[in-house]
Every structure is written in C-alpha cells, then in structure tokens.
Design a protein around this ligand. Structure first.
Ligand code: NOJ
Length: 726
C-alpha cells in the first residue's frame, strides 16, 4: 500500500506526521544536514545522499541530477532540496538573466518589478533543478565599510522590509522555489564593519531597527531563514535562543525552517569559542533553534549520538524535521515538481525584457549642470576609465566569476552590455572611442596621457570609474572609501582638457565622491548594474530614458563620518545645529531618497485626512505633484514620520510609506499614501512596540532632505501597546 505521506490528497500536516512516524533517529538528523558539493568529493557527496541528508548547496548541472537520483532510492525516498545563492538573478549560472545587485535594484523602489525579478530568478534556478534561493539579504546597510553593502536593499528598515516582501513573494509566486531571508539578525552592524564579527546592539535596538524587515519576511511567508555568522553583545546568533526560537518562531510565528550560515556550528567552537568542541556546539545550536546545519561536517554524527543517549531532547529534532519536511511538501518536491518547471525559460525573451525594464529604473542621477541629456549633438565621444569595459565590476559579487568556485576567466554566455558597449549601441550615430586610462586599484597601472589625448580629440568625455570585485563582498570590508588607484588623477586631467565630462560610477557601495563631484559636469551612479546596465546608462545619457532612481543609502563625505544614514537620533551628529565634526559637515554628501530627474517635480498642498487620531485609525496623506518637465516620468514620493516627544530617543525622521507615481509632462496629480497610526510605533525601554500619545510630524516629499519635504502635525490621543511585534 502507498504510504500516506506519498498521498498528495492529504494535508501537509498529515503527510509530515506520517513520514515522521516512519523515520529513524538517523534519518531525522540527516534531514537537518546540508553539505556543499564543493566541500566534499563526488564520492563523499554520494555517501551523504545515500544516508538521506536533507540538502546540498552550490550544486550545478549533472551533479544535481545524480544526487537526486540517489536520494530517490533511499528507504523513504525523501527528496533533497538544493540551495543556491541566486541573489541577483540565478547569477551563479553562466547564461542566466543577470540582474543588477540588490543595492542596484533597490534604487528603483519598484515593488512590482522586483517581485517579477524574484519570479524570473526562481524559474531559472528551478530549470536547473534548484528550488531554494538564498535570498533576499535583509541586513540593514548602515556601515558603508562593510564588504556586503552591495547585497543589501540599502539603509532603511521599512524600505528593506517592503522590497524584501516583494521579492520573497516573487520567488515563491509559482511555488517553484523557497526564499531564504538572511542574515538573521543584525549581521551588517558588526563593530568596525568587520564581517562576521560581534555587533554591539541592544535587544531594544534590534527590535527597532533590525527585526522589522524580518518580520515582513515572515508576513511574506518566506519558507526559510538563514542565521547569520555574527554574535550580538557576545552571544553568537547561532546560540541565541531568544531571537531564534522565542522571537522568530513563537512571537513572529515563522512556520518555515532556519538554516545556519556556512559552518556556523563549527564556528561556535572553532571561531567564537563558546563551545568546547563540535559536539557541544551542535547541542547548543539545535537547542537554540537552528533547524538545518550548513557544512559543519560531523554535526550529523554528533547529533544522532546525543539524541540516542538522551543528551539532546528529541522534541527539538522533531520540531526541526517537521519544519523541513513541511517545506519540501509545500514545494511539491514529493509530487513531481519537475512537471511544473518552465523548460527553456532561462534568459528567454520575456525574462530579458523584464530585466531590462527594471535596470532602466535603477541608475541615480546625482549631479547635472545641464549637460545631460547629451542627445545627438556630440559626434565624437571618448569613453574612458577602468570600469567602462569591465564586466566583473559591473556585475559585482555572487556571479560565476566569484562563486562558488571562482572562475575569473569565465566567458559569459549571456548577452551583456558593459558601459562601453552600451554607449556604442545607443550612440551608433557618433564615433565612440575607448581607452582604459588606469586600473581601479593599482596606481602605477595607468596611461593617463593617452586618455587625455583621446579626450582632447573628442567633443565629450564619459568617464567610468568606481570599485572592483576585490573591494566588495564577504570578508572584503574597507576602512578607506576613497576612489582608488589613479582614478582621481585621471578624472582631474580629463576635466582640465576643458571638455565636458560625464561620470558614470560602477561600484558596489557608496564611496567618498566629493572630488569626483567637483570634477565633472554630470554624475550618474549605477552600482553593480548587471547585464544591461551599460544599455540603461547610455540611454539615460542620451535622453532616451529619464533617470528615475533614488538613493536607498546615503553617501558620506568622508569615511570617518560613518554612520551617515538619514534616520539617526536627534542630538547626534546628524543634527545640523548641535552635531557634526570640527573638520567635516554633519550631513551626508547625498542622502537617502535623493536623485535627480530630467523633469522638475514640484510638491504643494499637503493634506492629512485626520489630525486627531487614535492607534486604530488609518489616515491618508496626500500631496499635489506637478511635472514641470518635458517628459512623462515616474517620481518616487516618500512619506516620513517623526515622534516629536517620546519616552526614548527616536529617529529624526523615519520612512513609513512611498509610491512610484507616473506623471505626464506638464500634468499635476494628487498622490495619496495611506498611513496606519499603529505604524507610528516606537520600541520603549521594556522592548515593547508602543504608540505613545502626543504629536507626530508627517513629512512628504522627494527625498529625506528637510528642504525637499512638506510637513504637517497630527496628534495621537491615546497610548497603546501593540499586540503584534511591529
Ligand atoms: C555564506 C554567506 O554568508 C551566505 O550569504 C551564503 O548564502 C552562504 N555562505 C552560502 O553560500
């Protein structure tokens, strides 16, 4: 008779319980084990599969098929789930639809297109038999020295939560893949921005700033979470029962399973020294609430042994296995998911078109003295700089060039446009000539003379500068955020020719670009813009496309100023009256929410539907926006709030709503953004989410800068503790 767990007519709960009741301790603990195929030999991987381990990661191509086959022949035939870092498209696969980095796409503030990006990525990974995407990163990008800023959605917890929600829903929309919200929790905030180190954050602060995006991930029903490497105030996250079990599973109601990051459990013993050995570490980790162990080889044997001897309570193991099996059933891994996979979808026309449309919305215009758009009047264009024809810098981290086995000499199979190719394509009626000018990092590797000669013989210079793969990514934290190598020298000498200079930045994170700004006529930030970044930037330069992106992360004037995020507490060095350094202005060079357009949008007539409110109310904040420019365009409208007096310090302003508004040339429209009064929560000293009675400022406008915002005050007449977390 067919066992119940194989019967798709039964509920997931019934199938899980049936299967669990048939499993031995060994089979259960095997499900809690994940191994990277790059860490073991092919034979060893086969043995793991024969033992019925739950998951492999970083498997590509034939390996996946072979291991699946072995798993299907085990006693219970529990399918494997394969994890992959498909973080900007299925980017470890040469030939995928290669999207801009998370930081890049965040600048579009486009929830719909980011949802679509998720859907497309899931399809392309699924086509390769991979149904678990280690994405999105919901870390809050506040310390710009951190090497993984490029992987974040920027610095604002609210925006990160909303974009995270969209991409998770997208990943899981066709039930072809599970998302993995990571890195839970406070990972990006380590002391000195040293990757995987200790974060000195209070639990109150975690709830205020770092937990909310993960709460949104639970609301989006993210099937999995990844536990970060870091410790918080001395307690490694993998051992943090409060946040892994009590908060995530009990308080927030997370129904999926958690996986550790790479060798976290081993790290409890070998790096963080809170466990005597791997056995001790495995016990701590399982009890704390880690459901699956990534790559701590030996975990499986120790846990089996401890379960059998009674040292480890089976209730923890059963809870983890239930969660893992439930995800596998939910995805249909037992029920022929293969039949639902859209074969032939990888880099298909539909996917490419969607990727191009999103990429067009991402670049942020930071400066323009009127030189842009270039139109068709310049006949000789010099494209100069180390990132002009540098696909690796343009793609950024987590592609087949850098992971899982770095292949820097890979020849891309997908169609791609570097900045140079984009310029040549879009300005096909002009003579576009190129020289590299200098290296990104090595100051001795330069040929500035040749670059100056080319500039002198051209009508306009497009200088493409930035950073490179060696300056971004895991363990590539920087203490210096200046433009490196001879790039500034190159730029200054190009500017000295008297030719107009447009700078395109290709970089993983905000750099100190004051001198770049001072030596150009226009400045376009593109971050790591993926396969079509060159096309989008060139279209913007020509004027075929209006720049619409706005920054989701603030740019410092100087690395010593960090942090420069906009939502700082009053009285700190963000305050222009009382704050600042004696040798540097207090504010960011370019703040969160900032970005220019070829149109000029004006805001007027701010209205609030109700000014005396209670926490039960939802009010509407509206404003009239006029597009004074000559093009139809999208404007990103931002709503901020400020609690004027509260029991603890709160941010001077905090994003609580936004909208991409389409406005035709010359038209005025009214944009209305709803605001639940309960969203005016703060976290008090008792770690409670609470709305406190009193006055609140609501601000609406085009950026986080005071000068760009209209303000109205409302009064909340009641103090209320919220039942849910935030
Ligand atoms: C380490 C990284 O921190 C994480 O983001 C990634 O998903 C895993 N390794 C797997 O590659």
């Amino acid at each position: 008779m067919t066992p119940n767990y194989k019967n798709p007519e039964l509920s997931i709960k019934e199938r899980v319980e049936d299967l669990l009741s048939r499993m031995t301790v060994e089979e259960k603990v095997a499900q809690m084990t994940q191994v990277s195929v790059n860490m073991v030999s092919a034979d060893e991987a086969d043995v793991y599969a024969e033992k019925g381990i739950g998951s492999f990661l970083h498997s590509l191509g034939d390996t996946t098929r072979r291991l699946k086959q072995i798993a299907s022949n085990t006693r219970l035939g529990i399918p494997l789930i394969f994890g992959i870092d498909a973080i900007h498209g299925h980017s470890l696969h040469n030939g995928c639809t290669m999207y801009p980095s998370q930081l890049g796409v965040s600048c579009s503030w486009d929830e719909e297109k980011i949802h679509e990006m998720g859907k497309i990525t899931a399809r392309e990974a699924a086509e390769e038999g991979l149904h678990w995407l280690f994405s999105p990163v919901l870390c809050v990008g506040r310390d710009l020295r951190w090497g993984r800023i490029d992987e974040t959605f920027g610095e604002d917890p609210y925006l990160i939560g909303e974009l995270g929600y969209s991409i998770i829903r997208g990943y899981q929309s066709e039930n072809l893949a599970a998302a993995c919200a990571k890195h839970y929790l406070g990972y990006g905030e380590s002391v000195g921005a040293r990757d995987s180190y200790d974060s000195q954050i209070s639990d109150r602060k975690i709830r205020e700033c770092f937990l909310p995006p993960f709460k949104r991930a639970v609301e989006a029903e993210s099937m999995t979470f990844m536990v970060g490497y870091e410790s918080i105030d001395g307690l490694p996250m993998s051992a943090n029962r409060k946040f892994l079990r009590d908060v995530l599973k009990d308080e927030l109601g997370f129904a999926g399973f958690s996986v550790t990051d790479w060798c976290n459990i081993e790290g409890l013993h070998a790096r963080q020294f809170v466990a005597n050995d791997l056995r001790d570490a495995s016990k701590i980790a399982v009890e704390a609430g880690n459901d699956m162990s990534m790559n701590s080889l030996g975990f499986m044997e120790h846990v089996i042994d401890m379960a059998k001897s009674g040292e480890l309570d089976m209730k923890y193991i059963d809870d983890s296995v239930r969660r893992i099996l439930a995800v596998k059933f939910k995805l249909g891994l037992f029920d022929g998911i293969e039949q639902r996979i859209p074969h032939g979808c990888t880099a298909c026309e539909e996917h490419i078109t969607a990727c191009k449309a999103l990429t067009d919305e991402c670049p942020v215009l930071l400066e323009n003295n009127g030189i842009l758009p270039l139109g068709s009047k310049y006949k000789k264009i010099a494209v100069i700089g180390p990132n002009a024809d540098n696909v690796k810098a343009q793609y950024g981290d987590w592609t087949y060039f850098s992971h899982p086995d770095a292949n820097p000499n890979a020849v891309p199979k997908e169609e791609l446009y570097t900045m140079l190719r984009g310029m040549k394509t879009v300005f096909s009626d002009a003579e576009v000539r190129y020289t590299r000018g200098c290296d990104v990092m090595d100051p001795t590797d330069q040929n500035i003379k040749e670059a100056v000669a080319l500039a002198n013989d051209s009508d306009v210079v497009v200088a493409v500068l930035g950073d490179c793969l060696d300056q971004n990514g895991e363990s590539k934290d920087r203490c210096n955020l200046e433009i490196t190598g001879a790039q500034l020298d190159l730029l200054k000498q190009l500017k000295a020719t008297g030719k107009p200079v447009v700078v395109i930045l290709v970089n993983g994170k905000p750099l100190c670009i004051g001198e770049v700004r001072d030596n150009c006529d226009a400045l376009l930030e593109t971050f790591n813009s993926g396969a079509y970044g060159g096309l989008s930037a060139a279209k913007i330069l020509r004027g075929d496309c209006n720049p619409e992106g706005k920054l989701t992360i603030s740019f410092p004037r100087n690395a010593g100023q960090i942090p420069v995020y906009y939502n700082q507490y009053a009285g700190w060095h963000s305050n222009p009256k009382t704050g600042g350094y004696c040798d540097c202005p207090p504010d960011a060079l370019y703040p969160f929410g900032y970005g220019l357009s070829y149109n000029n949008y004006t805001y007027a007539n701010m209205q609030v539907s109700k000014t005396s409110v209670t926490p039960d109310d939802t009010i509407e904040v509206s404003v009239d926006i006029t597009n004074n420019g000559g093009r139809d365009g999208n404007e990103i409208v931002q709503l901020y709030v400020n609690d004027k007096v509260s029991s603890v310090c709160t941010p001077v302003k905090q994003l609580r709503g936004f909208q991409r508004a389409f406005i035709k040339a010359g038209q005025t429209i009214t944009v209305t953004i709803p605001l639940s009064v309960s969203d005016l929560w703060i976290v008090n000293r008792e770690e409670e989410y609470i709305v406190e009675a009193g006055e609140f400022e609501l601000m609406i406008g085009k950026s986080s800068l005071d000068r760009d915002l209209l303000t109205q005050t409302i009064r909340c007449t009641e103090t209320r503790r919220l039942s849910s977390s935030c």
